[in-house]
Design a protein around this ligand. Structure first.
Ligand SMILES: [Zn+2]
Ligand SMILES: [Zn+2]
Length: 172
């Protein structure tokens, strides 16, 4: 960690909803967008480990201080969705899903074919990392317990579509 300004994280939020709610510990939970609740893990096909690709470092360059990958960018680790068991048991996770860079969040939204990108804002947050792991940790998503709202800006849907043109969406 470099000294100075505390690290901040980036979260996509509906424009019509109060981002201040993200600071309420009772609401700091993340659930999947339409993925199955239990059963065989489709992410790792039951193998228990997954290929990780840090979207933040893919877009912005490898960062040794990256809290998602420590600069490794691509590596193999325990599957975040089934937590290594090959079966999905728990999809409700503690914390707010964020990326350590704006670039990583945009890349994720471009990859996620069902992501809502109209009428959204990008909320910059500061806070501690959760003890829990995001279901999409293999793309460099983190969970934090936000303590401070640093900034709110409109999500630029044109940036999402230009990344999508360059890299394509997830399969299926
Ligand atoms: Zn990284
Ligand atoms: Zn798995």
């Amino acid at each position: 960690m470099s000294a100075g300004r505390p690290r901040t994280f980036f979260h996509c939020h509906p424009a019509g909803e109060d981002p201040g709610a993200l600071l309420d510990p009772a609401q700091q939970v993340t659930e999947p967008w339409g993925e199955p609740d239990h059963g065989p893990c489709d992410k790792c096909e039951g193998q228990g480990s997954a290929a990780y690709e840090c979207f933040s470092c893919l877009e912005a360059g490898s960062d040794p201080d990256c809290p998602a990958c420590q600069g490794r960018v691509r590596f193999e680790q325990t599957c975040p969705t089934c937590q290594g068991s090959g079966e999905i048991h728990r999809t409700r996770r503690h914390g707010i899903a964020v990326f350590p860079s704006r670039e990583g969040l945009y890349r994720y939204l471009a990859w996620k074919s069902d992501a809502e990108v109209e009428s959204q804002v990008v909320v910059e947050l500061a806070g501690e990392l959760s003890e829990d792991r995001d279901l999409d940790a293999d793309h460099g998503a983190l969970l934090i317990l936000p303590e401070e709202l640093v900034s709110v800006e409109p999500l630029d849907a044109a940036v999402v579509s230009s990344i999508r043109d360059r890299t394509g969406e997830e399969e299926g």
